[in-house]
Design a protein around this ligand. Structure first.
Ligand SMILES: CC(C)(COP(=O)(O)OP(=O)(O)OC[C@H]1O[C@@H](n2cnc3c(N)ncnc32)[C@H](O)[C@@H]1OP(=O)(O)O)[C@@H](O)C(=O)NCCC(=O)NCCS
Length: 331
């Protein structure tokens, strides 16, 4: 996809739970170690929701932040897209609850989008279509997860990987044609759907005392296979998106990747020749927060002054589905 109209990310926000869980905390009760986790993933600690926190609360805080930074009031929002695999409830969509929580007009369309770790970028590209066609002017896109609510904390192969958080952005028509989303790619390979999945709790196998006893309501992942796919796909879609926009990888000022595994990010970026200082990394503090990962990293990069006017910034993610997504912005 190459856009003919100027669409921008006008502001961002983020929210993470207060509670920090370190690798040492896991090592005290599981057969794992700080050394294994850091070496294999880059993660040192993650944020975990407490009993009074949930997806809606994190999404609301991140949404408020994005509204404030874009200078947009809740009544100016005319579409809400919430990307999550851990909604507040199975029904209604978290985006509906979010509309009310933020004080947006009680007529504004709102829907959830399920594309796992690629969800936020899927949301941004979807929002851009609404802006381009004139169906919406100010779209709130949120990526939010409480992944620890569907993580088996007794399973060392997944427990140490995931964390909770939310990030948000306002997508709208750009007032400066130089400042725009330039290109983006969305993709899915459903033949790999069962590499990351939650066996029970859906219509195929509804929740029951048996599924809970067998821990089938928790996420399962065939990590090594996802890893191999992600390294190759990340390299391919970064190169492809940059080419779609008529640029080269050297033109990029910053890459904001999904924080799944430091080795995946480093390996793809090394093969493409993107130097480390141009890559946003915060996995050591948050782990893998799926749909929240890219918008939290983007928000932090903006807050830290790592993004300057005129920069080419590339967002990239690969996740459950398997799905993948990129968005190349001139900011
Ligand atoms: C999950 C991941 C970190 C595992 O790293 P890996 O190098 O592939 O490790 P493996 O799964 O091959 O396991 C190697 C060994 O470590 C063990 N191990 C797994 N988790 C462990 C842990 N937390 N602590 C210590 N040992 C662990 C395994 O049991 C295995 O032991 P074995 O060789 O005796 O069977 C890695 O595969 C990964 O990041 N995958 C991609 C995840 C991803 O990108 N997800 C994105 C979508 S959400």
């Amino acid at each position: 996809m190459k856009l003919a109209w100027a669409v921008e990310i006008a502001g961002t926000g983020a929210s993470v739970p207060e509670q920090v869980v370190t690798n040492e905390d896991f090592a005290r009760r599981l057969d794992t170690s700080d050394e294994w986790i850091v070496q294999r993933t880059g993660i040192r600690e993650r944020r975990i929701v407490g009993p009074n926190e949930s997806t809606l609360r994190l999404a609301t805080e991140a949404g408020r932040g994005a509204l404030a930074s874009a200078g947009v009031t809740p009544d100016q929002i005319d579409l809400i897209i919430c990307a999550t695999i851990t909604p507040e409830h199975i029904l209604p969509a978290t985006s509906c609850e979010l509309q009310h929580a933020l004080g947006c007009h009680p007529v504004v369309p709102a829907f959830d989008l399920q594309a796992a770790c690629s969800g936020f970028i899927y949301g941004v590209i979807t929002a851009a279509q609404y802006v381009i066609t004139g169906m919406a002017h100010n779209v709130l896109v949120v990526g939010v997860e409480c992944l620890t609510r569907i993580t088996d904390m007794e399973d060392r192969s997944t427990a140490v990987l995931f964390g909770d958080g939310a990030g948000a952005a306002i997508v709208r028509a750009s007032r400066d044609p130089q400042r725009s989303l330039l290109a983006g790619r969305l993709g899915t390979d459903g033949s790999r759907a069962m590499l990351i999945w939650v066996p029970a709790g859906g219509s195929r196998e509804p929740a029951s005392a048996r599924t809970v006893a067998e821990r089938l309501h928790y996420m399962r992942m065939r990590g090594r296979e996802v890893y191999k796919f992600a390294v190759t796909k990340m390299e391919e879609i970064i190169a492809g998106t940059v080419a779609d926009a008529g640029l080269t990888v050297d033109d990029l000022a910053l890459v904001v990747p999904h924080q799944s595994n430091l080795r995946i990010i480093n390996s793809a970026c090394r093969r493409l020749g993107v130097p480390q200082e141009k890559v946003v990394i915060n996995i050591e503090r948050y782990g893998n927060t799926s749909a929240a990962s890219v918008p939290v990293a983007l928000h932090e990069a903006w807050e830290e002054g790592r993004i300057k006017p005129g920069d080419y910034v590339l967002l990239v993610a690969i996740g459950g589905g398997l799905t993948w997504a990129t968005a190349l912005l001139r900011v």
